[in-house]
Design a protein around this ligand. Structure first.
Ligand code: ZN
Length: 312
């Protein structure tokens, strides 16, 4: 394994429509825990909602900016167009019945890289899939979930990236981020860390496809795990040396972030494993109150008045 390197997926941030519909879908239908209710640090009139396992473990955290007025996304190259979530072996039939009972738009069960996979779409057009994993993985069950612990989503499995020309993106994944090839299936090349669920990215060439456009139901960015600031700055230096343009490190309170566009055009982030979601709320009360960055605290009344009410 080359050094420095990333350790897998940290979080994925997407664009949603109505925040209440978003909250209801991810908590009630998918049974995830709302672990943080905050605002977009760059646009305080917009929520930033985080869904994860009970502990908000890195690698389980799907986050959303609800922008109901946004135009629908357009799939295309330079975009992450699907997010795969891991579920326990043997649970997919249960999930299929649940999605049908909840009238979720879904595709047919299929096999990808030898794994049973069920694609579906969230209420605002985000493409997702549930994938049965054979190996158990670290995960903290949410005892107040609407989904029994033995069926709960274990975290990310993989993300799917469309690119016009895979070569520069693959070089970044292998030589700069330290991922390894996992295999090929149906035109997709898979990369990851030790081939493990939660570390995987699938890349496919769409040479004639137009550029994708962010909007309702799109992935905004994919964040990759680094252990701490030292490792983040080492990977950042390698990204910069490869000719890309990473941002300075930005403090997101629950983790520290560096952003850059991969050569195909999709937005990536490096995010530290710590300090985690318990830094500003008690673990048993995660997501229950609106958490603001300190510089917005003096405007709390106005900010809360400007946000639509949310019932969890
Ligand atoms: Zn992020």
């Amino acid at each position: 394994m080359p050094s420095p390197h990333v350790h897998g997926l940290h979080h994925v941030t997407c664009i949603a429509g109505d925040p209440q519909e978003n909250l209801d879908f991810y908590t009630k239908v998918l049974g995830m825990r709302l672990v943080k209710k905050s605002i977009n640090q760059d646009a305080p009139d917009t929520y930033h909602l985080f869904y994860a396992d009970a502990a908000g473990s890195p690698g389980t955290d799907l986050t959303f900016f609800p922008w109901p007025e946004a135009a629908p996304r357009r799939h295309g190259v330079g975009m992450t167009n699907e997010v795969m979530l891991a579920v326990p072996a043997g649970s997919l039939a249960w999930w299929r019945a649940r999605l049908d009972e909840q009238k979720v738009r879904r595709g047919e069960e299929t096999t990808r890289f030898g794994e049973k996979t069920l694609p579906f779409t969230d209420p605002h057009g985000l493409e997702l899939a549930l994938v049965e994993i054979s190996e158990p993985r670290p995960f903290v069950a949410w005892e107040r979930s609407s989904v029994p612990a033995d069926r709960q989503i274990r975290g990310f499995h993989a993300v799917r990236l469309w690119v016009r020309d895979p070569a520069p993106t693959v070089r970044l994944l292998l030589d700069v981020m330290g991922l390894a090839p996992v295999g090929n299936d149906d035109g997709w090349q898979r990369f990851g860390v030790g081939g493990r669920s939660g570390t995987l990215i699938d890349v496919k060439a769409f040479p004639d496809e137009r550029r994708g456009v962010w909007g309702l139901g799109s992935v905004h960015h994919v964040a990759w795990r680094v252990s701490d600031t030292d490792e983040e700055m080492s990977v950042r230096a390698a990204v910069e040396a490869s000719g890309l343009h990473p941002t300075p490190q930005i403090d997101r309170f629950w983790f520290r972030s560096v952003y850059f566009k991969e050569p195909g055009g999709a937005l990536f982030e490096l995010a530290t494993d710590g300090p985690g979601f318990g830094i500003d709320e008690k673990m048993e009360a995660l997501g229950e109150s609106l958490v603001l960055p300190p510089w917005y605290e003096s405007q709390r009344t106005e900010i809360e008045a400007g946000l639509p009410p949310l019932r969890n």
